[in-house]
Structures are given as C-alpha cells and as structure tokens.
Design a protein around this ligand. Structure first.
Ligand code: ZN
Ligand code: ZN
Length: 271
C-alpha cells in the first residue's frame, strides 16, 4: 500500500501544482492515501515560504471537494506542515477542531532563540542544534503533533558531527518516545542531493547517524515524500527512503490511519 502524508502545493509559493494536480499524479502512481501538508500560514505573521493565511479556507474547501470527487479511488487527508511556536496554541487547537484537520505534521524549520525563531541554517554552532531539538521536545509535549517531519533537519547545518549533535538526537528521540510520536524519513532530502561537509560528503538529510539511533528506539517511522512537484508524489526517492530504513532494520509504517482515528477520538472526548 502506498500512503504519503507530506504533500505541498503551489499555495506555498515555492512548490508547483494545484491540489488536483497532486491527486492526479497520486492516482497514476497507485497511491491510495494522499495527505496534504502544505506549509502552514500563521494568522498574524508571515514567516515566508508558506501559503498566505487568507488562502487557508479556500485550500481546505478545495480538499473537501476533491476528496468527495475522488472518494472511490483515493483517501484524501487534510493536514498542514507546521512549526511549533508556543504563542499559537489556540491556533493549533482550532485547526484540529473547528477547521477539521486530520493531523498537524510537526515541521520545524526554526530553532527557538531567546524569543526569536531563526531558520535552522542560520545556526551559529552545533549548540543551536540542541535548541532545535528542545523545540521539537516542547512541541511534542503539547499533544498537538503526533508525527515529526524530517526530525533530522538540523543536519542541514554546515558543521561537522560532534557531541552536541548526539545530544540533539537524544533529546528528539527521548521526546518522541515519551509522546509516542511517529518519525518521518523525508525523501525530499535525497532530492536536494549530496553536499560537502567538514566531515565528508553526504545528503543534508536524512542523516545516517540520526536514523541509526532511531532504529534502536523501536519508534514507528513513516516515509514522507515532501513533494514540491506533482511528479514527485511517489518517485524513486520514496523507494530509496524505504531501502535506507530496511537496511537499518526498520520496517516503515504503511499508513497512519489508525493513529489519525485514535487522535480524533481523543480530541472528541476531551471536548
Ligand atoms: Zn517547502
Ligand atoms: Zn515539507
């Protein structure tokens, strides 16, 4: 079974294709569950590289319409890839209740730094990787997120691996274990190609050291396409991601429908 919960659209202004284009490609590739998780807007601040806030409603109603239209062929899920910023707790709550989202995919691109949220690539040292990890841990404690997109994104930083990187991995994995979170192995890292780092050539992410440690935890792992073009919905990078996990002894989750249903029940009984 093919399920992908990490799909962007042109609404984020750096991806191509409409909702419909991605569904068409997914059907062609034999994908049976397609979850949209475009870069979330925030009501009062534009962090860049995301959909404008005033398009959110249109986007969600387009997904509702398309889900109905294609109901006999594919399951469409509504999500957002979103960063955790403590001041938006009411917003996360609203997205999951009133706005009817199926999930919030925690996609941290910033690290918390004295009330600011700089992009991870502007980290000054590997100490900022620890801040990044602590941001994920704080997010997972809130219960708004049950899946973490590219939990190893901090390895985009141009530093050699060191003790702080090990510490960041520990913080993220311990937080994920406590929260029972699902980790995403992000296939888009492969699409970004191999780059030179002070300690050798490698993909920006996924980073083997992170995933070797993740394999020891038994945490559930899902592969995410993170497609920014319709033809990437299920391309060879998805197979590469699967192969990387298999080599580490990790059997990836095929889907997270049970988890979505479970979280929805939890939310309903809390209301
Ligand atoms: Zn993007
Ligand atoms: Zn993404």
């Amino acid at each position: 079974m093919k399920a992908n919960y990490h799909t962007h659209t042109e609404r984020c202004r750096h991806a191509q294709g409409t909702e419909e284009d991605y569904i068409r490609e997914a059907l062609k590739a034999g994908v049976s569950i397609l979850g949209f998780s475009d870069h979330a807007p925030f009501p009062d601040h534009d962090f860049g590289f995301r959909m404008p806030y005033d398009e959110l409603e249109t986007h969600l109603s387009a997904l509702d319409r398309l889900a109905k239209l294609h109901a006999s062929d594919i399951v469409i899920r509504k999500g957002l890839e979103i960063e955790y910023l403590p001041r938006y707790r009411d917003y996360y709550e609203r997205l999951l209740t009133r706005d009817g989202l199926d999930y919030l995919l925690l996609g941290e691109h910033f690290y918390p730094d004295h009330g600011e949220a700089p992009f991870i690539t502007s980290a000054q040292s590997t100490l900022d990787n620890i801040r990044y990890a602590e941001g994920i841990a704080a997010a997972l404690k809130t219960g708004y997120f049950f899946a973490v997109a590219h939990p190893d994104l901090f390895t985009m930083n141009h530093f050699a691996w060191d003790r702080n990187c090990d510490a960041a991995v520990d913080i993220i994995l311990n937080a994920a274990v406590s929260a029972g979170a699902i980790l995403e192995l992000n296939a888009n890292g492969f699409r970004r190609g191999v780059h030179s780092y002070p300690d050798g050539d490698r993909y920006m992410y996924p980073h083997i050291k992170f995933w070797e440690a993740a394999a020891q935890t038994g945490l559930p792992v899902i592969i995410g396409s993170d497609c920014h073009e319709p033809c990437q919905v299920w391309d060879e990078q998805m197979d590469k991601a699967k192969a990387m996990l298999r080599a580490l002894g990790i059997v990836p989750l095929e889907q997270m429908e049970d988890r979505i249903a479970h979280e929805r029940r939890k939310k309903r009984s809390a209301l």
